[in-house]
Structures are given as C-alpha cells and as structure tokens.
Ligand binder design. Structure first.
Ligand code: G1P
Length: 290
C-alpha cells in the first residue's frame, strides 16, 4: 500500500534548550533562517508524503503560524516590491497538506503517535522526529519507505554510534538480513531504550525516522512506562516484533542531532558552509579561529 502520511511529533517541552524554549517551541529554533521543523517537513515531502500531521501541544502556536498564510506580511512585501521574499513565504504554505492535533499532556512519544490513529487509519505511515535533521542525497525517509514497501513491514532508521553515546538512544539488537538495498538491512530482535554504555547490547542506535504498520497503535496501547518512568516507543516496537517482523535500515546520509547543543551548533556551521549567501564569509571567519 502506498505510504502517503507523515506524523511529526512536536509536543515535547524542549527542556534541553531552556530558557529559550520557555516561550518558543524547540521545533522553531532556526538553522540560519529556517526553523528546524521546516527541514523535517521538507524531507517528508521529498519522500513523496503529501499528508503531514504535526502533533502539537500548548505553547506551539508558532509552528502553526509558520505553515499558515501571512496576508499582512505579503501585502507589505508586495507594496515594497520584494517579490523574492514573497516567493520564500509562499514556500512555507505550499509545501503540503499540513494538519494538526494537540496532545493534551506531554505523555511521551508513543502517546503522541497514538493521537494520530484516527487520522492515519489502517495504513502504514511515517514518523519523523524533529530532533534529527538528516542531509542525504536520497531523503532518509524515502530510503525507509523503499525498505518498508519491499518487506511489507515496519522499518526504523539506524546508525552505529560511539558506545559512550548509546545511552541517548534505543540500542537495537538485530540480525542482518538480505535485501536489494545499498546498505545493511536488519531484522530487529529487540530494542533497549537508553542503556548505560557498559550495558548496551549493541551500538546500533535508533534514529528518529520510522515507518510503521498500523498495528503499532495496538502495541502502543499495550505499552507500559519504561525508562525514566515514561512510555517509550522502543517498548512499543518490542511488542510489535512479537506479531510481525520489524526491520532496521542503516540509511545513507549525515545526521545532525539538534536536540543536543553541540549537534545544533554543528548543524548551523555545516549549513552555513553550504549557504550561498554566507558560506565564503563564514569559512573565512572560521579560518581566523584556528
Ligand atoms: C527517541 C527514541 C529513541 C531514539 C531517539 C532518536 O528518544 O525514544 O529510541 O533513539 O528518539 O533520536 P528521545 O531523543 O526523544 O529521548
């Protein structure tokens, strides 16, 4: 079945970026001049998904305003003959069909995904987490969709990480399985959420891109609080593996963990070095820091 729907959970409190996230959604943190969530929506659209559902919560109105039309601003720009700016603004409203659901309390990622059940219906769907921005020739989500379509099952993106960092991720225990793809495909045995580095069963980390079969909703309903006494999507996936095969794909691409301060700064520097307007000045400036 063709996958057309993307769910983007954006209801988290963003405590790692306090104080700015006190009055601004973390999804709106800019990389140069574009908010993080715009890159995530772009990836979904580039992967062929034309129905985007963003799960928001209190304090997230700026996200809705961002993807909405802005007639006053457009009128002003028209009056001042700033046509290129109008084109830029239009891009934010014409990306795709964007829908919103509010999660009433931040009760964890599985609960945020569960709120999408009615919208998604009985179809496989994509989930993209805003903390991961992935720069890739073929959009990471498109890579996962191809794997999911081939195996007719759920697929999660994985990447090998240094052992000392595995405690930030789901540690995926899986066996390689053959497939007509350029990178390794695995069949998942189970996932341990945020293990201590010395106890992690593997350094294969779950990255915030998933394609789920609709049975994930049942698995979520059976999920009980796990690490940090929170519902964890890794535990829902473990339940799903009991009734169907779940795959992992070592996608190609450069990932920025912008939920982390260093990752956020790295993303800004790398994106600046690829931005025609500023790249030369930024490169020159970085040279002076040596
Ligand atoms: C979530 C998932 C985790 C995954 C990570 C990827 O954790 O629970 O399994 O490895 O995203 O970014 P979070 O970063 O929301 O704590």
């Amino acid at each position: 079945m063709k996958i057309t729907k993307a769910v983007i959970p954006a209801a988290g409190l963003g405590t790692r970026f306090l104080p700015v996230t006190k009055s601004m959604p973390k999804e709106m943190l800019p990389i140069i001049d574009t908010p993080a969530i715009h890159y995530v929506v772009n990836e979904a659209v580039a992967a062929g998904l034309d129905d985007i559902l963003i799960i928001t919560g209190r304090g997230k109105r700026a996200v809705e305003d961002y993807f909405d039309a802005s007639p006053e601003l457009e009128m002003y720009l028209k009056k001042h003959h700033k046509e290129d700016m109008i084109t830029l603004l239009k891009e934010t409203t014409s990306l795709s069909d964007v829908h919103y659901i509010r999660q009433k309390e931040p009760k964890g990622l599985p609960d945020a995904i569960r709120t999408a059940e009615r919208h998604v219906g009985n179809e496989p769907f994509a989930v993209l987490l805003g903390d991961d921005i992935i720069h890739a020739e073929t959009p990471c989500m498109k890579q996962l969709i191809d794997v999911s379509t081939h195996f007719n099952g759920s697929v999660i993106a994985v990447q090998d990480v240094p052992r000392e960092k595995i405690n930030r991720y789901g540690s995926v225990v899986a066996t390689k399985t053959p497939g007509p793809f350029p990178n390794d495909v695995y069949k998942i045995d189970h996932i341990i959420e945020k293990p201590k580095p010395e106890e992690a069963p593997s350094t294969l980390a779950a990255i915030g891109r998933y394609v789920f079969t609709p049975e994930i909703f049942d698995s979520i309903k059976h999920t009980t609080p796990g690490v940090n006494n929170e519902l964890q999507i890794a535990d829902s996936i473990n339940i799903l593996t009991q009734t169907q095969s779940v795959y992992a794909y070592a996608f190609s691409g450069r990932r920025y963990d912008i939920g982390d301060k260093l990752g956020y700064i790295q993303a800004i520097i790398d994106f600046a070095l690829h931005n025609d307007e500023v790249k030369e000045d930024v490169a020159r400036y970085l040279q002076t820091l040596r």
